[in-house]
Design a protein around this ligand. Structure first.
Ligand code: 4AD
Ligand code: MG
Length: 465
């Protein structure tokens, strides 16, 4: 019967049983005694299974002898205990069928030698065949499933928020415009503006930067909701932390304040860290060995300890007094740069920190104004090595305060009529946050560049596949 490599590696199949596996050859080694050892992977786990093939096999000379890394095969054989030190079980082959050989094996880009991550980005269609990108894919899957399980167990309803939108949630002017207008012949109004009335939606339309505003409307009816989907930012950032397309997890809770959102963020992170440590021991062991030796202990420590919460105002004092020369000077009112965020998390706290109550002038229109009139009930979760992985807030539920804030920021209340309705009809305090999913994967694995933790990275001047 057909089985997976994972089932053989785990020892789920009794010794002596005859099974078949489908997969690809990672490496091939031949002994002087005329035995071939194929390491076969199928993606179901980190380790390949070893298939032992004697040169007396019927099609040995026709097929087996020309197999190379990357060839796809179906191997049938008996499960036996392995004498090798790398695995407990292996497959004693009785039959090898070839699905596909590799063209010009000498130039196969994924032949077993080590490649740089930079090079692998150039071959995004082949890189899932490598150990590291395969491990990232399984970790992403486990984290995504754990996110859904966490919210499901807590009674949250998963809402699909739109990708196409007319509103700019963050107001940072980083939206991708979507249009069906004829670029060669753009219709104009009398005063020579682009005539969006003639566009598909009859209105200027963008790819969403966040599902939050839509999620708020559902939270204010279903109480506890979340979205988990792709979001888009047209910021021209060439950093190791920014993508033009990334995935975001955004819970939104009614009858809740900033502290409730912070508590939820902490619980969610601990839940998914536990899941990945339990379910992906193989891949985590690889990351600990090859990428970041702290990655397992870091998660274990976080699960055990309470996150530190700190006010922005106190953080500014700490940064001013710490004696470190920053590239961007700090004073109350500045938007923290990643050098500041990392100092706070890495040096001052030595772990993740939840920073709260930021100046209103550096934050979005929807954040709830605090009683001091200068700060808003915002929070960021800052992680060592990365900086911000979560951004959230309590939302402004008071219509008059929201209107004043929108006027101050030149946001047309008419455009936001539906958002204002939520405050007109049975308004409630509510709060939520957004977790950048790829930043979470960076944190879990210790991988340095965000382009290596998403299957097909979208960054300025590269969208090949
Ligand atoms: O802080 P941000 O902009 O917050 C929001 O969009 C809120 N509407 C979320 C909410 O309250 N529901 O983004 C949230 C998170 C950041 O903390 C970061 O982890 C991630 O999204 N993020 C990015 N990740 C990768 N590439 C980018 N360009 C990112 N921009 C933000
Ligand atoms: Mg933010």
């Amino acid at each position: 019967s057909l089985t997976s490599v994972a089932d053989i590696i785990k020892g789920s199949i009794p010794v002596g049983e005859i099974v078949a596996v489908n997969g690809w050859i990672r490496t091939r080694r031949d002994s002087k005694a005329g035995i071939s050892f194929l390491a076969i992977y199928d993606g179901s786990c980190f380790d390949p299974v070893q298939a032992v093939i004697e040169n007396t096999l019927e099609n040995y000379n026709d097929d087996v002898s020309s197999l190379t890394a990357g060839c796809s095969v179906r191997v049938t054989g008996k499960i036996v205990e392995s004498m090798g030190k790398d695995q407990s079980f292996e497959l004693q082959a009785t039959k090898v069928e070839v699905y596909g050989f590799v063209d010009e094996p000498d130039t196969y880009p994924m032949a077993a030698k080590k490649h740089s991550l930079e090079y692998l980005r150039e071959v995004a269609h082949l890189r899932p065949r490598t150990n590291i990108i395969g491990a990232v894919a399984r970790i992403r899957n486990t984290l995504s499933q754990a996110v859904h399980r966490f919210y499901h167990e807590q009674g949250y309803i998963w809402i699909s928020t739109p990708i196409l939108t007319g509103s700019d949630c963050e107001g940072a002017g980083e939206m991708f415009r979507v249009s069906t207008l004829d670029m060669e012949n753009i219709p104009r109004t009398d005063d020579n503006k682009v005539d969006y009335d003639q566009d598909f939606f009859g209105k200027e339309t963008f790819l969403t930067v966040s599902g939050q505003l839509n999620a708020e409307t559902y939270a204010c009816a279903l109480s506890k909701v979340y979205t988990f989907g792709p979001t888009f930012r047209a910021e021209n950032s060439h950093t190791t932390r920014h993508l033009a397309e990334f995935w975001m997890v955004e819970p939104e809770i009614a009858f809740a304040d900033l502290s409730d959102a912070a508590t939820l963020a902490e619980q969610m992170l601990k839940y998914v860290f536990k899941a990945v440590l339990e379910e992906r021991q193989d891949d985590m062991a690889f990351f600990a060995q090859r990428v970041d030796k702290e990655c397992i202990s870091r998660l274990e420590n976080m699960i055990e300890s309470d996150f530190v919460r700190m006010d922005y105002t106190d953080a500014i004092e700490i940064l001013k007094k710490c004696g470190k020369k920053f590239e961007f000077p700090v004073e109350w009112g500045v938007d923290l740069q990643s050098e500041h965020e990392r100092y706070l998390a890495e040096v001052h706290v030595g772990g993740p920190v939840i920073l709260q109550n930021y100046p209103k002038d550096i934050k979005a229109f929807y954040m709830r104004l605090n009683d001091d009139g200068n700060t808003v009930a915002a929070m960021d979760v800052l992680a060592p090595g990365i900086g911000e992985i979560i951004g959230g807030s309590q939302r402004e539920e008071r219509l008059d305060v929201l209107d004043a804030r929108m006027a101050e920021m030149d946001i047309d209340a008419k455009d936001m009529w539906w958002y204002r309705d939520i405050r007109r009809y049975g308004t409630v305090p509510h709060a939520g946050f957004g977790l950048g999913f790829e930043r979470l994967v960076l944190y879990v694995t210790g991988v340095q560049n965000i382009r290596d933790v998403i299957p097909f990275p979208r960054v300025p001047r590269s969208a090949n596949f």
